[in-house]
Design a protein around this ligand. Structure first.
Ligand code: A2P
Length: 335
């Protein structure tokens, strides 16, 4: 009954879509795998078989029930509106429509009801936004958050499959005593940390930081929600780590925070002080949940209203493919 198109099937998120759809036994009868002309005729591993990739055209999107887009904002702008107008449900992983008031921006654990208002397109938020929103939302609901200071340590997967390859080859190059070759990032990513590779605006925030602020406000439906972000790239393959300092409205202690998070959907508390074991990209990779730990009071915020914590989530899963598939499941369940 259901034909599902993957736009960007050869990309890092595209490959993850296949694994997530298989693992969640998504009810599809047929997949149409699409990418650029460069990949036309090549094959990819898809639900245990080799499947041929075709060049994306409007024609091939015709009659598709669900299209999962992850091929960049310009491709989404070019193809998604017409597909939606023809009756395809589009879940778009790009930034093309995230700030469009006619397009819901959805994290199923936070604002599932927003999906109901869709007119054919639903936007999947930015990865660092999703990974912060999942643990922050239940805390905000229990005790209104006045302000969050967040520092991200972002994996290279957010910049695509070529960026992941760049980290691997640069690491090998450096270990072999060769200079690291740069193609995707302006700066070496192996053995280095640098400010997020998106453009810096006149306010001094880079685009990733601007997205983190604006998208959190939309998802929380709070245009004033205060976020002070610093976004960095670290030499990690596929999971983002984020350190949060949270100022609440009322006093809160670490035990209450741990209890709220232990019961929160999509969260796994990893907070073992004795073993010095806290959220790490190496353990968040391949997992659906956002790991949260290092939960402690921040005594520099008055009236016991401050908490610091670390969260970490797989950028390709909860930060991208998994959240998009959950959105599609949500819409199907509500039909
Ligand atoms: P291709 O592999 O043919 O370039 P990533 O985010 O990992 O870089 O992946 C981007 C995805 O978007 C890839 O599947 C890529 O296909 C696809 N893509 C890039 N440009 C186009 C295009 N012009 N038309 C369709 N798909 C595209």
């Amino acid at each position: 009954m259901r034909t599902v198109a993957i736009v960007g099937a050869t990309g890092a998120v595209g490959a993850e879509f296949g694994r997530v759809l298989e693992r969640r036994r998504f009810p599809a009868d047929r997949y149409v795998l699409l990418a650029s002309r460069r990949s036309a005729g090549t094959s990819v591993e898809w639900l245990g078989r080799r499947e041929t990739v075709r060049e994306l055209t409007a024609e091939l999107l015709r009659g598709v029930d669900l299209a999962l887009f992850s091929a960049g904002a310009s491709i989404s702008r070019e193809y998604a509106p017409a597909a939606a107008a023809a009756g395809t449900l589009v879940v778009d992983n790009s930034s093309a429509f995230r700030m469009d008031s006619g397009v819901p921006l959805v994290v199923p654990e936070v604002n599932p009801q927003a999906a109901d208002a869709h007119r054919g397109i639903i936007a999947n938020p930015n990865c660092s936004t999703i990974i912060m929103a999942v643990p922050l939302w239940p805390l905000h609901r229990a005790n209104r958050v006045r302000r969050v200071v967040v520092s991200t340590y972002q994996a290279v997967s957010g910049a695509g499959a070529r960026a992941m390859e760049e980290l691997r080859t640069q690491t090998a190059d450096v270990l072999a005593g060769r200079p690291p070759r740069r193609e995707v990032f302006a700066h070496p990513c192996a053995f280095n940390v640098f400010s997020h590779n998106s453009a810096v605006g006149p306010d001094g925030l880079n685009l990733e930081e601007t997205k983190l602020v604006a998208e959190t406000r939309r998802i929380f439906d709070d245009p004033e929600f205060a976020v002070a972000p610093t976004c960095m790239r670290v030499p990690v393959l596929r999971a983002h780590l984020e350190n949060l300092t949270i100022e609440f409205s009322r006093p809160i202690d670490e035990h209450a925070v741990r209890e709220i998070l232990a019961a929160a959907p999509g969260v796994c508390v990893v907070d073992d002080r004795a073993a010095n074991h806290f959220p790490m990209p190496i353990e968040a990779s391949g997992r659906d949940e956002v790991l949260v730990g290092r939960i402690r009071s921040d005594p520099t915020i008055p009236e016991r209203r401050g908490i610091q914590l670390t969260c970490c989530g797989d950028q390709l899963l909860k930060g991208a493919a998994l959240n998009a598939v959950q959105i599609a499941e949500l819409v199907l369940a509500r039909r």
